[in-house]
Write a protein that binds this ligand. Structure first.
Ligand code: GRF
Length: 211
């Protein structure tokens, strides 16, 4: 059953096109959710502007106002708890979250990454794929655990890598798929269709699961 009001927090650092895809899905009634707050660790992130345009609470939480990572993450956690957020969506959030924060929100943090994980975790995933001569790449929506880009995989989409691709062209091809699978992954969570089994995410509607 879909809960009456499923609230999301979206954590961002930059342009926010994935945030926009989430907002658009909600507006088109494809995602039964509400973005309760958008939080950025970068003051002039365009994602904040996108939130503003849609009347969504937007917060710049300045890392420099806190003495260390733990106190920053404590402040972040308090913000999220005060909004009673059901799911935290990292969308281009360029900070690695610590163990305590992740444990506080176990199973309630997801991320979108521009490669077919476990290939090419970390920064510049599209360049990594090009440099290795991968013939296919893509994107991954996954739960966040302590391993960077290593949590259980929810959804992936594959794109071809062309001989004449550069980072910009491959990134654009991948990004178009990110905008499809990230809202889709959120929807699966809201609808309660996913079960975690060790490192695997089982999709409730698969034939084997229902056998
Ligand atoms: C995306 O490529 C996402 O996969 C990665 O950071 C980028 C964020 O883009 N984690 P945007 O800010 O959502 O446009």
């Amino acid at each position: 059953m879909v809960p009456e009001k499923f609230t999301l927090a979206v954590l961002v650092s930059g342009r926010g096109s994935n945030l926009q895809a989430i907002i658009d899905s909600i507006k088109k009634n494809n995602l039964p959710a509400e973005v309760a707050v958008v939080i950025s660790n970068v003051r002039d992130a365009y994602a904040l502007e996108r939130a503003r345009k849609h009347g969504i609470e937007n917060v710049f939480l300045d890392p420099e106002s806190y003495p260390d990572r733990n106190s920053y993450e404590q402040a972040l956690a308090e913000r999220l708890q005060s909004k009673s957020v059901n799911l935290i969506c990292l969308a281009g959030f360029m900070r690695i979250l610590g163990k305590h924060f992740i444990e506080t929100f176990t199973g309630r943090i997801i991320n979108i990454h521009p490669s077919l994980l476990p290939a090419f975790p970390g920064l510049n995933a599209q360049k990594q794929a090009l440099d290795r001569g991968a013939k296919f790449s893509g994107c991954t929506a996954h739960y966040v655990d302590e391993e960077v880009d290593g949590g259980p995989i929810i959804l992936q989409a594959v794109v071809p890598v062309h001989d004449d691709d550069d980072e910009a062209s491959l990134s654009a091809r991948i990004l178009a798929q990110e905008h499809i699978i990230y809202p889709a992954a959120i929807r699966l969570i809201i609808e309660g269709k996913l079960t975690l089994s060790g490192r695997k995410v089982l999709h409730g509607n698969s034939r084997r699961n229902s056998a």
